[in-house]
Write a protein of this length. Structure first.
Length: 328
């Protein structure tokens, strides 16, 4: 690897990593054809046994740095801690999960595909823990999106482990917004990247996304569309209404408030750094929990699915129910 090759900071968050899958991931990072990298590992309080295994895997390899948290943070804040470990001399940052398997050309292909964009991400192959292929692409049953900021804020399509971005983006990304609902680190990073510039996409798998145990529903959940009919039963109208209200309350707390808070944070942090059309989209979502115009906008936007724009998996209808029926 030429000395002028840019340094990539690989930020990995770990917690109780499964030994065999962790070994596979560490090996795949070491096999990268782009050899100028440093891997910063933030562990979120794994057991002594799992932590010792992690230390043994990276022992003697100065390219790895391990920091062990004093208290459990959860994956969102643990990734923030990992990103804070990125050295200032790094030109780019990549995110890594503890249980995937990168293809040797992953970093090189992402660097080549970045162009003038702020962030680039790739497709991925879905496999089970034994390596059997579940899907050759992540996008089976869902449209990809890396150009529509409103859609990205409503429902993420940019997986962190598939991404690489410019080091200077961290100046806007950090600190993460205070958690509201169930926030995702990769959705926030992608939203910042698209708010200030462009996101590029490499249309081929560059790693295996391993589905197992607690992670087994990762791809399944990402592909699960909101279906209001599952809450309805003509034989039980009162029960149907009760289920709809329960869903509305839950969606309001976990989705409406979270999306609005993220949009407000984008406005505060980037402000005039956004193009006019992006600023309008962010402004609309920033008022999702307070504006009288939110409901008709969501109703109209839900019709986009009829023309194949299903990247948000129908969350607009869920948000609409939440806004109209949430018991304040």
């Amino acid at each position: 690897m030429p000395s002028e090759a840019p340094l990539v900071a690989i930020c990995m968050a770990t917690f109780e990593p499964e030994p065999r899958l962790l070994e596979q991931q560490i090996d795949s990072i070491r096999e990268q054809t782009h050899g100028n990298w440093a891997c910063l590992v933030s562990d979120d309080g794994s057991s002594a046994e799992r932590l010792e295994h992690l230390r043994a895997l990276i022992a003697g390899d100065e390219r790895f740095t391990l920091a062990v948290g004093e208290e459990r943070l959860g994956f969102y804040a643990n990734f923030e801690r990992a990103l804070r470990m990125a050295p200032p001399e790094a030109s780019f940052v990549a995110l890594a999960d503890q249980d995937d398997r990168w293809y040797p050309e992953k970093l090189a292909a992402l660097l080549a595909g970045l162009g003038a964009a702020q962030l680039v991400y790739s497709d991925m192959r879905i496999v089970d823990e034994d390596g059997a292929v579940v899907s050759e692409t992540f996008w089976r049953g869902r449209r990809n999106n890396h150009t529509n900021l409103a859609s990205l804020l409503l429902a993420n399509t940019v997986t962190g482990a598939a991404s690489l971005f410019r080091r200077e983006l961290l100046d806007l990304v950090l600190p993460f917004p205070e958690p509201v609902g169930n926030p995702f680190h990769d959705q926030w990073i992608a939203a910042v990247a698209l708010a200030v510039g462009a996101i590029a996409y490499v249309d081929r798998p560059l790693y295996d996304y391993v589905q197992h145990g607690g992670a087994a529903r990762g791809h399944e959940r990402a592909m699960q569309a909101y279906d209001p009919s599952r809450l309805l039963d003509r034989r039980d109208p009162r029960g149907s209404l009760r289920r709809i209200r329960v869903h509305a309350d839950r969606s309001y707390e976990t989705n409406v408030r979270r999306i609005a808070a993220s949009a407000r944070k984008l406005e505060a942090r980037i402000g005039k750094g956004m193009a006019a059309d992006k600023a309008r989209a962010v402004g609309r979502l920033a008022n999702l929990d307070s504006s009288a115009t939110a409901a008709p906008w969501l109703a109209l936007r839900s019709l986009r699915r009829l023309s194949g724009h299903d990247e948000t998996m129908g969350i607009e209808l869920s948000l609409l129910a939440a806004i109209l029926l949430h018991r304040r």
